[in-house]
Design a protein around this ligand. Structure first.
Ligand SMILES: O=C(O)CCC(=O)C(=O)O
Ligand SMILES: [Fe+2]
Length: 198
């Protein structure tokens, strides 16, 4: 292994009022494009609806929840599907790289540049006060936008193929994050956010 070009250590990204760290390539025994193809093909993708001012719309992406703990979404409890063998491999790699434990994963499938995720915080009570959330991306690079809730400071991080971003500390309390639509062409992307639901 070339110790100078292929880091396996999460590097901190300096940020006020929270913790962020980034690893360009999560160490894996299989290539990123194979992971992407299998995640797209093997996942039971759902098209969830969002309610805005009492009106229902399809979410601009596909989603799936897997893991070992029930989760609440819009006030309703859901039972997740069990981890798939590929998700277990990814979870083990993420746990080794981050030194944290995770028992559930939310998968988001951005079919092209028109798919997006609105600005939000992952601050549901069952995640605990300072949740560690490990975000792994495969496929097209998309820009992860962060905005500080009080100062409105913005940060942009390119979430490239195979990368791992760890959000921790007070980040969810103090910052929003999201993925904006883009007008230029973008291929498919799958993001997995591993979480620990207590
Ligand atoms: O797709 C991404 O990088 C963001 C995903 C995210 O914020 C979430 O699943 O809560
Ligand atoms: Fe999020």
């Amino acid at each position: 292994m070339d110790l100078f070009t292929s880091s396996t250590i999460l590097a901190p990204i300096p940020v006020a009022d929270g913790e962020l760290s980034f690893l360009e390539q999560l160490p894996l025994a299989l290539p990123n494009d194979e992971v992407l193809a299998r995640l797209i093909a093997e996942t039971a993708w759902r098209s969830d609806t969002i309610t805005v001012w009492g009106k229902q719309y399809p979410q601009p992406r596909l989603t799936a929840w897997h893991g070992e703990a029930a989760y609440a979404y819009s006030g309703i409890k859901f039972e997740p599907l069990p981890f798939t063998p590929l998700q277990q491999v990814l979870r083990a790699a993420v746990e080794a790289a981050s030194g944290r434990r995770f028992n559930s994963v939310l998968l988001n499938y951005y079919r092209d540049g028109r798919d997006s995720m609105g600005m939000h915080s992952d601050n549901e009570p069952e995640l605990g006060p300072e949740p560690a959330i490990a975000s792994v991306s495969f496929g097209a690079a998309r820009t992860f936008v962060l905005q500080h809730k009080a100062t409105k400071q913005r940060l942009r991080i390119a979430l490239t193929d195979g990368s791992l971003l760890l959000m921790a500390g007070r980040l969810q309390n103090n910052w929003l994050h999201g993925i904006h639509k883009i007008s230029r062409f973008a291929g498919p992307r799958v993001n997995l956010t591993f979480r620990y639901i207590g």
